[in-house]
Design a protein. Structure first.
Length: 647
């Protein structure tokens, strides 16, 4: 094995090797721990490139238990990745990252067309197999340079039969992309993986056919191969630099060697992060995005649900939806922002144009997620947007989504407070507002974590007379008392109303806020996902309101109750109906509140960083932060990827 195993990775051992074509070799790798690999997944492996430890990404062809099959094409111009892999022997070990799926197969379409070129067949094999098992309408077309380069051709023919067509270039055969798209029913989807030339042909034909963009999904690699490698010069106008890129040297390598800082992830197999000016292009381009250098990115309690395996989030998902950053690149159609601006990123991804966005309900945007309403960065089932617990991130629809801080220096001085605008402060405020909190209200907040504290702080800002926070964690309760709230020790009694009465003289409150969510536990320590909601109905007065910013999911694979695995709870709704309660759930539309809350922070109305006990850590210390937070630390961990936040 080359080098130490990176944090979060595991050891794998090569169990089998076979050549599926003269230039593509398949490796069977058994992992120490089984990991789910849905069709379209890839894994990163650690390789030795000329004595330097690096990473490469390869598509998963198939999975049998804890054994993955990956395929590696031997590139003649390889700078070491494929050459290293081809030197491996059965019994050799290597470090393997958790599988990641950036090219997911979306189920539900009645018809599918799969298009593969060369080694691009590798992620498509599992897709074809799964669709065949499901009995979906399916056709696959597969192009290669020659007949002996049809990797997995026999395997595919075995279960696809005449639904598979092969095209060999050396026989003069070529896929008629336009005809294939014409034959695909109007409600069908096209999945494509292959070289750039094939990808451009598919995209062009798809657009010319007037097909919806949402129905075309693709993954690509490499260059078109149309031209021999040759040296060229790249100019970086912003730096006044000219860099020679030698034959068989990548532009990235040349720029790095010249000391030019470049945003990239391609060495890890994640194409698309580089931002360069477009000299010439065909087709419709989207210029409304910006790239941010991340200043702060926070660990959220909802991230912990995924880390603990309590959602269907795939391994390898880049987490992080609480992002504050500096604009370093912007699209030509971004009008309201400039390079150098410091901005807050709402955790909702929203287009600003659909019916719900135009109504202000940006938490359920209708266009940014093919699976359901609503999108978010780095979160399961929320559209596949890359998360921000990283050094850089891309933000779409920048003019609509981003909140610019009016004064950079003043903002940096208050960055520990302002970083809470991305999620927990608006979420807490949303919960308090929808619980009907106003001047003189009595309020109970379930959960003394960061969101609960933010909700309590918001209730105080809105004029509440008394704010109680319930929890089992003594450290969090002590901190809640320290910052001015009335702690309710849930371990002391199993009747919440009696505990409330000890504080305010009556067993009911005007407003209740659930900042716990679906991983709630009862007095005996047993998980009871509906316990908080049922307690809220017990202690909220007749005609009172209940705000529910706590997360509830549609699928919980780790649930202790069978019905909770599909989001069904044992809810005593009849009590809430009888008391005429108002309930408000769902994602917070951050844009409704973040500007007003920013002004409150800048003018010292709300010391939210102290209230949630913000603790700044490095990106490298993020795993330790997750571990500490999961143990119940009375803290909110703020990741500082570039060391820009003053201690």
């Amino acid at each position: 094995m080359s080098g130490e195993i990176p944090a979060g990775w595991q050891s794998g051992r090569v169990t089998s090797i076979r050549d599926v074509t003269p230039t593509i070799r398949e490796f069977g790798i058994v992992l120490d721990r089984a990991a789910a690999c849905p069709p379209g997944s890839h894994v990163k492996v650690q390789v030795d490139v000329g004595g330097r430890i690096d990473q490469r990404s390869y598509s998963v062809v198939g999975q049998e238990g804890s054994t993955l099959r990956i395929a590696v094409k031997r590139q003649p111009e390889s700078r070491g990745g494929s050459a290293y892999m081809w030197r491996l022997q059965p019994g050799d070990s290597l470090a393997v990252a958790p599988p990641r799926c950036d090219f997911p197969l979306m189920h539900g379409a009645p018809h599918y067309l799969l298009v593969a070129g060369g080694v691009g067949i590798t992620p498509m094999v599992a897709m074809a197999a799964q669709l065949a098992v499901r009995g979906a309408g399916l056709r696959m077309v597969y192009a290669a340079r020659s007949a002996d380069e049809f990797a997995y051709g026999e395997e595919l023919a075995g279960f696809l039969g005449d639904r598979l067509s092969l095209f060999a270039s050396d026989r003069g055969e070529q896929i008629d992309i336009a005809d294939e798209i014409r034959r695909l029913p109007a409600d069908g989807e096209l999945y494509m993986c292959g070289p750039l030339g094939l990808m451009e042909a598919v995209r062009s034909a798809w657009e010319e056919a007037g097909r919806p963009r949402a129905g075309l999904r693709y993954e690509t690699f490499g260059s078109s191969g149309s031209h021999a490698a040759q040296a060229f010069t790249v100019k970086v106008p912003r730096l006044g630099a000219e860099v020679l890129v030698r034959e068989n040297e990548s532009m990235l390598d040349a720029l790095e060697a010249a000391g030019v800082e470049v945003v990239f992830e391609c060495r890890r197999g994640e194409c698309g992060l580089c931002a360069v000016d477009i000299v010439e292009a065909k087709g419709e381009m989207d210029h409304r995005d910006v790239f941010l250098k991340i200043v702060t990115t926070n660990i959220c309690g909802s991230d912990q649900h995924m880390v603990r395996g309590r959602t269907t989030a795939p391994a390898g998902l880049v987490l992080g939806h609480e992002i504050t950053g500096e604009v370093i690149e912007k699209g030509a159609d971004v009008e309201m922002l400039d390079v150098g601006d410091l901005v807050s990123v709402p955790f909702n991804v929203a287009c600003g144009r659909c019916r719900t966005c135009r109504h202000g309900d940006t938490g359920v945007c209708l266009t940014v997620n093919d699976g359901r309403a609503g999108g978010a960065y780095g979160y399961v089932d929320m559209g596949g947007w890359i998360g921000g617990q990283a050094r850089y991130v891309m933000v779409p629809y920048a003019d609509f989504n981003l909140l610019k801080f009016p004064d950079r220096d003043r903002a940096m001085a208050k960055i520990r407070d302002l970083t809470m605008l991305t999620d927990i402060l608006p979420t807490g405020f949303h919960g308090a507002l929808n619980a009907g909190v106003g001047v003189g209200s009595t309020v109970y907040v379930a959960g003394a974590g960061p969101v609960g504290l933010a909700a309590a702080a918001s209730a105080r800002l809105l004029g509440a007379a008394v704010v109680m926070i319930g929890d089992f964690n003594p450290d969090r309760l002590a901190h809640a008392r320290k910052v001015g709230f009335e702690p309710i020790d849930l371990s002391s009694h199993d009747r919440l109303g009696d505990l409330v009465e000890q504080v305010i003289g009556v067993p009911e409150v005007d407003s209740a806020i659930d900042a716990v969510g679906f991983e709630a536990v009862g007095h005996g320590g047993k998980e009871q996902p509906a316990i908080v909601l049922n307690q809220m109905m017990e202690v909220t007065r007749a005609a009172g309101s209940i705000g529910i910013p706590g997360l509830y999911v549609t699928e919980d694979p780790g649930a202790h109750e069978a019905q909770a695995k599909t989001g069904n709870l044992s809810l005593r709704l009849g009590l809430g109906w009888a008391k005429s309660h108002s309930f408000h759930t769902g994602q917070t539309p951050v844009l409704k509140y973040n500007r007003q809350l920013m002004m409150a922070l800048l003018h010292d109305r709300l010391p939210i960083a102290d209230i949630v006990n913000a603790q700044v850590i490095s990106l490298e210390d993020a795993p330790k932060g997750y571990e500490t937070f999961d143990k119940g630390a009375a803290a909110k961990f703020v990741i500082d990827p570039h060391g820009m936040v003053a201690s």
